[in-house]
Design a protein around this ligand. Structure first.
Ligand code: SF4
Length: 240
C-alpha cells in the first residue's frame, strides 16, 4: 500500500531509498508496547491451559497457579499442600505465612505486593496427596517431568532475570542438590529451557523443618534474602 503511493523524486532514487529505509526500520524495530501485549496474551493463554491440565492421574485437582504476572522474578515452590486447593492460590497456608514474612521483613514486600509482582510457579501444580506416614507425597519423577513442561514454557515466555527456587525439590530442577548449608546464601548463574538467569535458592519455609530457625540456617537464609533484595531484577520486578 505504502509502496504504491510512493512518488519518485526528481533527483533519482532519493525518496525511494528514504522510504525503503523508513519501512525497513519500522518493520524491524521492536515495538515495546506490542511486544508486551503479545507476551501478556501468551502468559494468559498459558495459565488458562495450565489450569485445565490433566496429565497426571494420581494428582488431586484443582491445578493451583499464581496470577499471570508479567514479572522478571519467578518463584518456584514444590507442590501445593492440602489447604491450597481449598484457598485457590499457592503458598496459601502456614508455609506461605512464613515465606511472606521473610520477604516482608527483608525484602520490603508484603504478601499482596508479592503476589502482584512475582510470578509464582512450582515443580508440580497439583496436590500429590498423602503418603503412608501421613505426610505429603513426594511427586513421582514422571509427574515432575510432566509439570516441568509448564515450567519450561513459563521460562520461555517470561525470560525471568531472577529465579527463586524454594526447597530442595525446587532447587533440584536447576542445580545439582547438596546439603542446604552449601547452597543457601549464595547466588548462582543458571540456565533452563534456553533461558539464562540469576538463581537464589531458599530453604522450604515449612514448620516441619527447624533448619531455617536454627544456626547456621538462620544466618544463611538472611544472606539469601539479602541477595534477592540486592538483585537488579528484584528492584524492577514488573516488566514494561
Ligand atoms: S501436576 Fe502439573 S502436569 Fe500434573 S496434572 Fe497437575 S498441572 Fe498437570
Amino acid at each position: 500500500m505504502i509502496f504504491s503511493r510512493a512518488t519518485p523524486s526528481r533527483s533519482g532514487r532519493g525518496w525511494d531509498d528514504a522510504l525503503e529505509r523508513l519501512i525497513f526500520t519500522r518493520a524491524f524495530t521492536p515495538n515495546p508496547a506490542s511486544s508486551l501485549l503479545k507476551t501478556t496474551a501468551q502468559l494468559q493463554a498459558h495459565v488458562k491451559a495450565l489450569l485445565a491440565c490433566n496429565r497426571c492421574p494420581a494428582m488431586h485437582k484443582p491445578v493451583i497457579s499464581g496470577a499471570p504476572v508479567l514479572s522478571k522474578v519467578l518463584l518456584v515452590g514444590q507442590a501445593p499442600g492440602v489447604k491450597e486447593p481449598i484457598l485457590g492460590r499457592p503458598f496459601a497456608w502456614t508455609a506461605g505465612k512464613t515465606l511472606f514474612r521473610w520477604f516482608s521483613e527483608q525484602c520490603g514486600v508484603d504478601e499482596a505486593a508479592f503476589r502482584r509482582t512475582v510470578y509464582m510457579a512450582a515443580v508440580c501444580r497439583c496436590f500429590p496427596g498423602k503418603n503412608a506416614q501421613g505426610g505429603d507425597r513426594v511427586p513421582a519423577p514422571v509427574e515432575i517431568a510432566e509439570c516441568g513442561g509448564w515450567l519450561d514454557s513459563e521460562l520461555r515466555i517470561l525470560k525471568p532475570e531472577l529465579v527463586i527456587p524454594v526447597g530442595k525439590l525446587a532447587i533440584a530442577q536447576f542445580l545439582p542438590v547438596g546439603p542446604l548449608v552449601e547452597m543457601i546464601g549464595k547466588s548462582y548463574r543458571a540456565e533452563r529451557a534456553g533461558v539464562a538467569f540469576d538463581l537464589v535458592p531458599l530453604p522450604h519455609p515449612s514448620g516441619a523443618s527447624p533448619w531455617h530457625r536454627t544456626e547456621p540456617g538462620r544466618s544463611l537464609l538472611h544472606q539469601a534474602l539479602g541477595k534477592i533484595a540486592q538483585n537488579p531484577a528484584w528492584k524492577q520486578r514488573i516488566s514494561g
